[in-house]
Design a protein around this ligand. Structure first.
Ligand SMILES: Cc1ncc(COP(=O)(O)O)c(C=O)c1O
Length: 439
């Protein structure tokens, strides 16, 4: 292979990237608007992944841009500890209008990973505050992704994200994942089989005793391990078992939040209300980093005891509720409301489904999974080279002018919610061409 080495690219150690490969043939984007990016050499790229599952209203929305500009000029920063600024309260209030009933207290972070750490710490502290401090165990799920901090990788279930980092957080166990291609391949929306996998929680309760378990965290749709849609009845069963044993249920909605599944949150789409929701990404349309934890009021209120001058939860970030993020968040929610974007994925569900299922007969295609405006096309792996076939599809699509994402050998689609049916067609046609071309 010819390699050309540009020393200007050396200093930046890129995240979740094959650094050496990238720097030999960089893919640089320099501008974005609506459904498109533009590359440094002037090519237009259709965005099939909303940046990284975050730019739900499309790029460069004027209201959001103006809100950020104005806020930067008016007040750059406000200290969040023992001080406040009006937009943080306004955004929290506005967010609770979208959340499932009861989840009406909001804690701000700067990323999905931080939202996860915050939710896990809240769960531990909650049980302790109410006198059940033996509940220290956290339960995640195989193939789960909950960001990259220590709590998140501990409850997460992706071996590559865990194996380099030692013992991680102690006292964690995992449910089995719900991926079952033998029974569920090519499901239309939610798979029929697998509700009983939620009974794994009963098994863990029998093993550890409920009195040791603080919380269970799952993604309603697991995104990062290849778009795993919950089997019918699975989430409700998990909810019921948690309720029965006094275990908190946390939905990690970092990718499913803000309209990806046809409702503001997947909790509403699937009709199951957790005790906490972690969110990020679409909260500011990806424009300024921000995450949030939504909490049932009863959990919040449990902390509100002791003398008035006591700090109730010893946790927070310098940039919790940053003014720029709050301004962007408020303008983002207005944009979503004006364009009725948070239910649009529901109306496009069938369009995406039809387009995706048209790929079924292509070579290497092993499964197709989708819900709302999220899709996954799983390819057979090349022997001894997991992920490479899908990565070649990604490169081919990019050369054709469409940005997709891959995880393992699954091609993931999560376009901005403003996408047109024709653009759905363009993305899926491009993927089809690429799949036909790769070996
Ligand atoms: C379900 C889930 N949780 C947490 C995260 C981590 O978010 P961040 O990268 O903002 O830390 C992600 C990121 O993709 C995610 O998909």
């Amino acid at each position: 292979m010819t390699t050309h080495h540009d020393p200007r690219l050396d200093a930046y150690w890129m995240p979740f990237t094959a650094n050496r490969q990238f720097k030999q043939a960089p893919r640089l984007v320099v501008r974005a608007e609506g459904m498109h990016y533009w590359t440094d050499d002037g090519r237009q790229i259709l965005d099939g992944v909303a940046g990284l599952w975050c730019v739900n209203a499309g790029h460069g929305r004027p209201r959001i841009v103006q809100a950020i500009q104005q806020q930067a000029a008016e007040m750059d920063f406000a200290p969040p500890f023992q001080m406040g600024h009006p937009k943080a309260f306004a955004l929290a209030e506005a967010l609770t209008q979208l959340a499932p009933p009861g989840l009406n207290r909001v804690f701000f972070t700067n990323s999905g990973s931080e939202a996860v750490e915050t939710a896990l710490k809240m769960a531990l502290a909650y049980h302790r505050v109410r006198g059940e401090g033996t509940r220290t165990r956290l339960i995640g799920r195989e193939r789960g992704y909950h960001g990259v901090n220590f709590g998140g990788i501990s409850v997460g279930g992706i071996v590559t994200n865990r194996k380099q980092f030692g013992a991680m957080v102690a006292g964690v166990d995992h449910l089995r994942h719900t991926h079952d291609p033998a029974r569920n391949a090519f499901s239309a929306g939610q798979p029929e089989h697998g509700a009983e996998l939620a009974d794994d929680l009963e098994r863990l309760v029998a093993l550890h005793d409920a009195s040791t378990i603080a919380a269970v965290i799952v993604e309603p749709i697991a995104g990062s391990t290849g778009v795993l849609v919950p089997p019918k009845g699975y989430l409700q069963r998990l909810r019921d078992i948690c309720t029965q044993h006094g275990i908190l249920l946390i939905f990690d909605e970092v990718i499913t939040g803000f309209g990806r599944t046809g409702q503001p949150f997947a909790a509403q789409t699937f009709g199951v209300t957790p005790d906490m929701i972690t969110a990020a990404k679409g909260i500011t349309n990806g424009c300024v980093p921000m995450g949030a934890v939504f909490v049932q009021q009863a959990i919040h209120d449990t902390f509100m005891q002791g003398p008035d001058n006591a700090i109730e939860f010893f946790h927070g970030y310098t940039y919790s509720g940053h003014p720029l993020a709050c301004a962007a968040g408020l303008a983002t929610l207005e944009t979503y409301a004006d364009d009725q974007l948070l239910t649009r994925a529901g109306t496009l569900h069938d369009t995406l489904a039809q387009a995706l299922h048209g790929l079924r007969e292509l070579p290497h295609v092993q499964d197709i999974r989708h819900y709302g405006l999220v899709g996954g096309i799983e390819l057979a792996s090349r022997p001894g080279a997991v992920g490479q076939r899908a990565f070649d599809v990604f490169l081919d699509c990019y050369a054709q002018g469409v940005m997709v994402r891959t995880t393992g050998d699954t091609i993931a689609l999560s376009p901005p919610l403003i996408i047109s049916p024709e653009q759905i067609g363009q993305i899926v046609d491009t993927v089809a061409t690429a799949i036909r071309r790769v070996a």
